[in-house]
Design a protein around this ligand. Structure first.
Ligand code: URA
Length: 209
C-alpha cells in the first residue's frame, strides 16, 4: 500500500499480541501500549534530518551529528491517543503536544470536534498525529484536516491497528500524509470495530468497561 508502513519489528509484533489478548488487564495494557508506542516513535522518526556538529569528547574533537530542521509536535486524538502519547514522549521528551477531541456520532459514525489545543507554532513543526485505532478513518481524516487548517504541512499519522477500510479512506483524503501502523487487521465490522482487533482501545487503556 502506498504511503503505509507496517512495522515488522519482533518486539512490536510480540507486544501487539499481548494487547490483543482479552485477559491482559488495564495496568498491563497501559504499560505495553506505552512500550509499543516508544518503538513506533523510533520507526516514525527514522527519516529525521541530521546536521554535522563538532563535539569535544574526553579524548579529542569528533565530527558528530545532531537533529536538524523543524522540531516535533505530537498531537493526540482524545482520549485513546493519550494511551500512546506517553510512550512516544519517553523517546522524544522535548516534543510539543497538542490535543484534539473528537467523538463519533453513534448514528452517522462521523466525527464531531469538541476540543482543540495546539502549539502556536505548529506550522513550523513536524507533526505526528497519534491514535491507536485507524478504524473508519473518519476521525483521522477530520483531525488531519483540522491540523492542516491550523497550518501544519509536515504530517505523519501513527496508529497501532489499522483496518483496510480506514487506510483507504485516510490515504484517499490525505495522500500526502504517511501512515505508520503496528499491524493491518482483516476488516471493520458493522459497529465500526476493527477485527480481530483488540477491542475498544480507550476502554482497555483506562479500564472504563
Ligand atoms: N476504536 C477502538 O477503540 N477499537 C476499534 O476496534 C475501533 C475503533
Amino acid at each position: 500500500m502506498p504511503n503505509v508502513t507496517v512495522s515488522n519489528h519482533p518486539l512490536i509484533r510480540h507486544k501487539l499480541t499481548l494487547l490483543r489478548d482479552r485477559t491482559t488487564g488495564t495496568a498491563h495494557f497501559r504499560q505495553i501500549a506505552r512500550e509499543i508506542s516508544l518503538l513506533m516513535a523510533y520507526e516514525v522518526t527514522r527519516d529525521l534530518p541530521l546536521e554535522p556538529i563538532d563535539v569535544e569528547t574526553p579524548l579529542e574533537m569528533a565530527r558528530a551529528e545532531r537533529l536538524a530542521g523543524k522540531k516535533l509536535c505530537l498531537v493526540s486524538i482524545l482520549r485513546a491517543g493519550n494511551g500512546i502519547l506517553e510512550g512516544m514522549l519517553d523517546l522524544i521528551p522535548s516534543a510539543r503536544v497538542g490535543h484534539i477531541g473528537l467523538y463519533r456520532d453513534p448514528a452517522t459514525l462521523l466525527p464531531v470536534e469538541y476540543y482543540l489545543k495546539l502549539p502556536r507554532d505548529i506550522a513550523d513543526r513536524r507533526v505526528i498525529l497519534v491514535d491507536p485505532m485507524l478504524a473508519t478513518g473518519n476521525s483521522a481524516v477530520a483531525a488531519t484536516t483540522r491540523l492542516k487548517q491550523a497550518g501544519a504541512t509536515a504530517l505523519k499519522y501513527v496508529c497501532l491497528l489499522a483496518a483496510p477500510e480506514g487506510i483507504a479512506t485516510f490515504t484517499q483524503a490525505h495522500p500526502d500524509v504517511p501512515v505508520f501502523a503496528a499491524a493491518i487487521d482483516r476488516e471493520l465490522d458493522s459497529h465500526g470495530y476493527i477485527r480481530p482487533g483488540l477491542g475498544d482501545a480507550g476502554d482497555r487503556i483506562y479500564g472504563t468497561r
